[in-house]
Write a protein that binds this ligand. Structure first.
Ligand SMILES: [Zn+2]
Length: 94
């Protein structure tokens, strides 16, 4: 199953592992190199948070695995923590 080239929509692509740890694809037609972003897209804030809290993944592991920056990971984790805190406070209040 080949990935579609985002530039020319050709299916003439091949896996290209030369680009360090990232899973990349190279288009045989226009030579465009792109990455498989699917996994990153489906990664929600909650998933990041769970990985961090329950699976004890470090920021380094998360950013290498999902090619996110430290800032992005921090933001995602903070946003979930903020929601949880808010919920907790609301529950306490009632
Ligand atoms: Zn192409």
């Amino acid at each position: 199953m080949n990935k579609k080239c985002p530039k020319c929509n050709s299916l003439q692509t091949k896996k290209d592992w030369a680009r360090n740890w990232k899973q990349s694809y190279k288009c045989k037609i226009c030579k465009h190199i792109f990455q498989n972003k699917t996994r990153v897209k489906i990664l929600t804030n909650n998933k990041i948070y769970n990985l961090y809290v329950h699976w004890k993944q470090t920021y380094e592991e998360l950013w290498e695995k999902y090619s996110l920056t430290w800032r992005t990971i921090k933001k995602k984790i903070d946003s979930v923590e903020f929601k949880k805190k808010k919920y907790f406070l609301e529950v306490q209040y009632w």
